[in-house]
Design a protein around this ligand. Structure first.
Ligand code: SF4
Ligand code: SF4
Length: 243
C-alpha cells in the first residue's frame, strides 16, 4: 500500500514541478491559458496515462487489504448510470482526445448534451422543492439522475466501458461487495447494496488540486459530460492539426 501511495505521490509531484516551472517562465500563477495549452497537450496525455496507472496500482493494493470479496466484473455497468463528477481537467483533455478520433464523436457529444440538460432540469426541480445547501441539492440531484437510469454514452451494448483504459479516476474508484443487480437506485441506501468508494489520502488529493489549479483559467467543469462539451467547444483552438 505504501509503495503504491509513494508512486502516486511521485507521479503527481513531478507533474506539479513541471507545471510550476511553466508558470514561472510565463510569469503567471497558472501554467496554462488557451494560448499555450495546445503545445503541451502531448505531455499532459503522457502524465495522465502515468496517473491512471499509478491509481490502478493504488486500487489494487487497497483491494488486497479489503476484507470482503468484490463482485465487480467486466460486463456489469449498472454503476455507469451515475452522473460522474470530480473529473480533473487533464483527464477531460485526455479522454476527449481519445473520443475525438472516433466516428461516433458527434453522437457522443449529442448524448453528453442530453445528459447535461437532464441533470440541470433535475437540479431546477430539486431547487424548487427544497431549500437545502448547494451540497445537499447536488446530492439529491445526483441521486435523481441515477434513478432516471441514463446510460453513460460510453457504455457499450455489452455493458462494458468502450474507453476503459482512458476512463477517468471517478469511474475507477467505485466498487461493490454485492452483486450488480443491487447497484441500482432502489437499493442504494439499503443493506442489500454494499458499494463503496476507494478514497485517496489527503496529501494526494491536495496535489491533484494544485495541478488542477494550473488549468483554472480555462474554466472546465468538474462534471464529466459538461467538461466534455467544454473541451469540444475548444476543438479548433486546441486540437486542430493533432493526429
Ligand atoms: S459497482 Fe456494481 S455495477 Fe459497478 S461494476 Fe461493481 S458490481 Fe458492477
Ligand atoms: S466512462 Fe466508462 S466507466 Fe465511466 S461511466 Fe462511462 S461507461 Fe462507465
Amino acid at each position: 500500500m505504501k509503495h503504491a501511495e509513494h508512486r502516486m505521490a511521485s507521479v503527481l509531484s513531478n507533474e506539479l514541478n513541471r507545471l510550476d516551472k511553466i508558470a514561472q517562465e510565463s510569469r503567471r500563477k497558472q501554467a496554462f491559458t488557451i494560448d499555450n495549452l495546445r503545445k503541451d497537450l502531448k505531455s499532459i496525455f503522457l502524465f495522465c496515462e502515468e496517473y491512471h496507472k499509478a491509481f490502478n496500482l493504488y486500487v489494487e493494493s487497497a483491494l488486497k487489504q479489503h476484507e470482503n470479496k468484490i463482485k465487480c466484473t467486466s460486463h456489469c455497468g449498472n454503476c455507469c448510470r451515475h452522473y460522474p463528477m470530480s473529473i480533473a481537467p487533464f483527464e477531460l483533455l485526455y479522454f476527449y482526445n481519445t473520443i475525438r478520433n472516433t466516428e461516433l464523436l458527434l453522437n457522443f457529444i449529442q448524448k453528453c448534451f442530453a445528459r447535461v440538460e437532464k441533470y440541470h432540469f433535475l437540479l431546477r426541480n430539486t431547487e424548487l422543492k427544497n431549500s437545502e445547501s448547494l451540497e445537499e441539492l447536488e446530492e439529491v440531484t445526483l441521486h435523481s439522475f441515477f434513478a432516471a437510469k441514463q446510460v453513460c454514452p460510453f457504455l457499450s451494448e455489452e455493458e462494458s466501458c468502450s474507453f476503459y483504459k482512458e476512463r477517468p479516476v471517478s469511474c475507477r474508484m467505485y466498487f461493490s461487495e454485492t452483486e450488480s443487480k443491487y447497484c441500482v437506485s432502489e437499493f442504494l441506501q439499503t443493506t442489500l447494496n454494499r458499494s463503496f468508494i476507494i478514497y485517496l489520502p489527503d496529501h494526494i488529493e491536495e496535489s491533484i488540486e494544485l495541478i488542477s489549479k494550473h488549468y483554472e483559467s480555462l474554466g472546465f467543469s468538474e462534471s464529466f459530460f459538461e467538461g466534455i462539451l467544454q473541451v469540444n467547444a475548444l476543438e479548433g483552438a486546441l486540437f486542430y492539426g493533432l493526429p
